[in-house]
Each structure stands twice: as C-alpha cells, then as structure tokens.
Ligand binder design. Structure first.
Ligand SMILES: [Mn+2]
Length: 325
C-alpha cells in the first residue's frame, strides 16, 4: 500500500532511538499494533522502545513480549516516535518527547501533520494498516508472535468480523496472519473466555441500570464507581459491556456512562448499528472515534449529563428517520 512507503523509507533511515506508543485506556488494536511493530523493528536491529501510560489490561496479558512494554512518561527525547491507533499524541494521556512524529491510525478526524502519517479511516483496524506496512517492507520477517499481535487487533476492532468495517480485505489480512502462525481459536479463547467471576458480578449490576429512551431506540447503561468498589473490579473490566445494550433489537444507539474516580467525570462510550453516526455525537461533546464506535468525556452531575446526552442522541436518531422518509 503506497501510504506506507514514506513511513517505511523514514524508518529504514533511522539509526537512533525509536519510541512506539499508543493511547491511554489501551485496547487490543493499540497494544497489538505497538508490539507487532516493535518486534519487527527489533528484528531489523533498530533501537526501539514501546511504552504506554497504563498497565496492560488483563485480557491482553497473553500477548507475546507484553512484559517489555515500558511505562510513560519517559524522561528522554527520542529521535522519532510512532503513535499507533490514535489521531493525536495527546491521546497518550501524558507527555511524549521526540524530534519527529509518525502516525499509523484509522480514526476519523485527526489532522495530517506530515508525510509520515499513515492514516486510513476506511481500515478496519490499525493492526490491518501495520500488517500492510510490514508486508510491503519485508513479508518474510512476519512471524507467529507478530501475526498473533496483529490478529488480536483485527478481531477486537471488528468484533470478531461482525462490525460493518469488516470487508473481504479484512479476511484477506486475517488469512495472511493465519498463514504466518496466528491461531484464531487460541486468540479468541484468550480474549473472550477468561472472564473473572467479579467481572460477571459487575456486569450484573451494570445491566440492572439499563434504561431505554425514544421508543427503545436509545439504550443507556451506567457503571457507578461503587459498582467497581463492591465487585473489586476496574474500569477496564467494563470493556464490551456496551455491546449488551447495542444487542437489543430496537436500539439504534447504545451508550455506557462510566463514573471516574473523581465521581463527577463520566467516560462515555457510544455504539451505533450503521444508521446513526455516533462519531458526530461524540464530537459534539469534545470526543471522537468512528461512525459506529465513539467516545467522549463529560463532567457534571449524573442526571444532567445523561439528559444532555439523550437530547443530542435523540436529535440524531430522529433526523435519521426524517431522511429515510
Ligand atoms: Mn483501533
């Protein structure tokens, strides 16, 4: 893919230190992209470090070489830093020091900063872009560990090939990675079948908050801080909960509001089903994402925050109906 060529040429030239980093609250796509790129560049003898602000979430602790991920911030200025799976370096949640920035991402709304931006918002995942990049560079260096990391991001960002970002190209990349040693059964088992009982208890409490609006077109779930305390779980354990709200037949937009430690900030995740562009809604509240999956942060009192969200979502849902008529 031609978009990857300037990045490859730039990295080939790099003889000093390279940092690879991803966004805070990292997911399978961010971590998978980061480790895959790290392993590949290491094989080429590059001086490379991978780092992020948060710990590796439990579900991704099976990935190869996770223990080599360093903690951000790092008090050192790198020659070049590669941001994966985020539109802006601010998404790292902490300061990054580097002379030059490369971006590999598939989010909508980032600004192009240089020719070293490998951004394609049609790509199902950042790992799909990284797979293309590594294939273009030197396919023979893609081994089982690298393929495992890339396959992980591909299935987590496509909901195991269920979301509308899944195309024949997605399966083509999955085929390539499987041929390189990624084991689909093993990876799915590690990600989706290692739930802790506490997480199910948290899910139970969260589902009890379900509220429907606009004739069942909008579903809202809430994770109050006390739920996390009572079940001895963390915010990262709520990953995927919003999909239960989305799975309701009548629902067009599903929302989960997660109360942060300060009790007044709400981390909001929005999920669509192809009809309503939830990225637009998130953008209104200062966030971003994709058409079917987006997020934002809102500060305020619970009922008021919820009300303003419902109002905005309701506008989009009803506008859609009008257009369809
Ligand atoms: Mn992603």
């Amino acid at each position: 893919m031609e978009k990857t060529v300037p990045v490859i040429e730039r990295l080939k030239r790099e003889e000093k230190d390279i940092l690879i980093f991803t966004h805070e609250n990292p997911d399978g796509d961010g971590i998978g992209s980061m480790i895959a790129l790290y392993l590949f560049l290491k094989k080429l003898g590059k001086n490379v470090t991978m780092a992020m602000k948060d710990d590796v979430p439990y579900v991704y602790n099976f990935l190869p070489h996770v223990n080599e991920i360093k903690k951000l911030p790092i008090n050192h200025k790198f020659s070049v830093a590669i941001l994966v799976d985020a539109a802006h370096r601010k998404r790292a949640g902490t300061e990054i020091q580097a002379h030059e920035l490369i971006r590999i991402d598939h989010h909508v709304g980032g600004e192009f900063e240089s020719i070293y931006d490998c951004v394609d918002d049609y790509s199902p995942s950042t790992t799909a872009l990284v797979a293309e990049l590594l294939r273009t560079w030197d396919e023979s260096l893609v081994d089982k560990d690298i393929a495992t990391c890339l396959y992980t991001g591909l299935i987590t960002d496509t909901g195991s090939f269920k979301y509308n970002n899944t195309t024949s190209k997605t399966f083509e990349i999955a085929k390539f990675l499987t041929e390189k040693g990624a084991d689909p059964h093993y990876i799915s088992k590690m990600i989706f079948e290692r739930n802790k009982v506490n997480v199910l208890l948290l899910l139970q409490k969260t589902l009890s908050t379900l509220q429907l609006y606009d004739n069942g077109q909008i579903a809202v779930l809430t994770v109050f801080r006390e739920f996390l305390n009572e079940t001895n779980t963390t915010e990262e354990d709520t990953e995927g909960f919003v999909n239960f709200a989305r799975s309701i037949e009548s629902v067009k937009v599903a929302v989960i509001m997660i109360q942060r430690e300060d009790l007044k900030t709400w981390r909001v995740s929005l999920r669509g089903k192809g009809e309503v562009d939830v990225q637009e809604i998130a953008k209104y509240f200062g966030g971003g994402g994709h058409k079917d999956a987006a997020g934002c942060r809102i500060i305020g009192e619970y009922e008021k925050v919820k009300e303003s969200l419902i109002e905005k979502i309701s506008e989009s849902v009803n506008r859609k109906v009008e257009v369809m008529r």
